[in-house]
Write a protein that binds this ligand. Structure first.
Ligand code: FE2
Length: 502
């Protein structure tokens, strides 16, 4: 019967200074289907462990020349090696057994023993190991799915980075974390998120970690550092070194995205399994981060193109110069007063900039007519939301903006255009645009009239409550202008952050 049946036979290392005993054990274990290695003492066992990274179980004597069984067991514990340990000794005593079990041995076998007794113990240890690994695998899959779902729920780079760091904190319980991101212009790492007191208090440690983070990204390699190998990789006196550190690069396809460093203080060391799991987390995060960067770039590019359309409209229609930018800022300000989220505020800004791009398709003589439009001309003018929809429909990244632009001339009484939607059917943000669009138009000079005073515009808005506009929006906008002053709001049009300007 093949043991450890998951496509791989368990590999067992038998450590004893008595060759005949090693041979007996080897033969019996091989008959059971195990792969068997031998070592005559602890030192040779360490060499075997370096040569063979996939040892599942060590069956070891306690008293041996050079390095004994207990020291070998301590070595395994200190290095967080995932190897089970079975002790056999002729000097059986309860104290030794307790000491071995406390250090991490799975079981204890007094010499002399019957070989079938050994096989029963080995079988039990290997089965426990197998189900433990299966449990870990399952819980790791659940953890990975959670991370993946959490990251996929975010669209912008900043949210993804913060979500990733909080997932890392939840799953690995580090005392400190730092996420470095590749700065595309500088071609070097910059710190993006830092958590934990230690890294803030120790610039020397932080600098050393940034250097290993850079190395990790350049070489596309993860590191697990502790006192044993810190000197090799960190410019820190290992005498002072009391940490366990994981470093993993963030790669998406061939793109260097960044690197993440986790640090634990004291005896709670990271394991190789942690390193592997962090690698999977990092791969998910790197893909999400890279997608967000690409999405942002494409979006920016699209908005740039559309903004140039908006500018082209303004070039055609002298009197609307600056109208779109002002509507954008007014809409965002009203949105903030209504406590909308950052995504909605950004949508309001973009929709504000773009709301009249459809006018690019309206003939100049109608657009700039210095008198009231005839019914026919008005119908042509009313086609501008439809033209805007056709333009925006080409740009998938502006899907969320499209309905706001298309419906910005609807009225709450259902008498607006282009779809005669009634109050409940009009997108809320389109209603916000509608209020500030009308207000901005009224308080600016037009081809056919001078600007109204803000009080006149206010009165017209109030009269349109319930027919043209929603009451809450008009009321809040009027309060905002009263409290802030129109001039001060207009000044902010110039000062709007570039991030909101696409
Ligand atoms: Fe319009």
């Amino acid at each position: 019967m093949q043991k450890y049946d998951q496509g791989k036979k368990a590999r067992i290392l038998v450590v004893d200074d008595e060759e005949s005993l090693r041979e007996i054990c080897q033969d019996a274990l091989k008959d059971e289907g195990y792969q068997v290695l031998q070592a005559e003492d602890g030192v040779q066992a360490q060499e075997q462990m370096i040569r063979h990274q996939d040892i599942d179980l060590i069956i070891s004597d306690l008293r041996m020349p050079r390095l004994g069984g207990l020291e070998l067991l301590q070595y395994i514990a200190e290095h967080n090696l995932d190897i089970d340990f079975l002790v056999m000794t002729g000097f059986a005593s309860i104290e030794t057994a307790v000491e071995c079990i406390k250090t991490g041995a799975a079981d204890y076998l007094p010499k002399p023993f019957n070989i079938s007794h050994l096989l029963v113990k080995v079988d039990k240890v290997i089965r426990n190991r197998q189900s433990r690994q299966e449990r870990n695998r399952l819980s790791n899959i659940v953890r990975m799915l959670n991370v993946s779902n959490a990251l996929n729920a975010q669209l912008d780079l900043k949210s993804i980075c913060y979500e990733f760091v909080s997932q890392v904190q939840r799953n690995f319980q580090p005392d400190s974390v730092v996420l470095f991101m590749m700065h595309e212009d500088k071609n070097s790492l910059v710190k993006y998120v830092v958590r934990g007191r230690k890294l803030r208090e120790s610039p020397k440690l932080f600098t050393a970690l940034k250097a290993i983070g850079t190395k990790s990204l350049q070489e596309s390699r993860s590191y697990l550092l502790d006192r044993g190998n810190a000197r090799e990789y960190l410019s820190i006196d290992p005498g002072e070194f009391e940490y366990s550190i994981l470093i993993t690069p963030l790669y998406s396809q061939q793109n260097k995205v960044g690197s993440v460093v986790l640090l634990r203080e004291g005896d709670n060391m990271f394991t190789n399994e942690d390193l592997q799991l962090l690698g999977v987390f990092a791969a998910h995060a790197a893909t999400a981060m890279q997608n967000a960067r690409m999405y942002g770039k494409m979006r920016d590019k699209n908005v740039d193109i559309i903004r140039s359309y908006a500018k082209a409209v303004e070039a055609k229609d002298y009197y609307t110069k600056g109208h779109s930018d002002r509507v954008a800022v007014y809409a965002m300000k009203l949105g903030s007063r209504l406590k909308l989220g950052s995504k909605e505020l950004e949508d309001l800004y973009t929709a504000g900039v773009l709301h009249d791009i459809g006018k690019i398709g309206i003939p100049d003589h109608i657009l700039n007519k210095p008198a009231q439009l005839t019914d026919d001309e008005f119908r042509v003018m009313q086609s501008h939301p439809g033209i805007a929809r056709d333009i925006l429909a080409q740009l998938w990244s502006l899907n969320d903006i499209l309905p706001l632009v298309y419906h910005h001339h609807e009225r709450v009484d259902g008498k607006g255009y282009p779809e005669n939607l009634s109050n409940g059917q009009i997108p809320f943000l389109a209603k916000v645009i509608s209020v500030v669009d009308a207000f901005e138009a009224m308080t600016s000079d037009r081809a056919y009239r001078d600007a109204l005073s803000w009080e006149q515009a206010r009165d017209i808005l109030v009269r349109g409550i319930g027919t043209q506009w929603e009451e809450e929006l008009v009321t809040e906008w009027i309060k905002l202008v009263q409290e802030t002053g129109l001039e001060s709001i207009q000044k902010d049009v110039q000062a709007t952050p570039a991030t909101f300007k696409g």
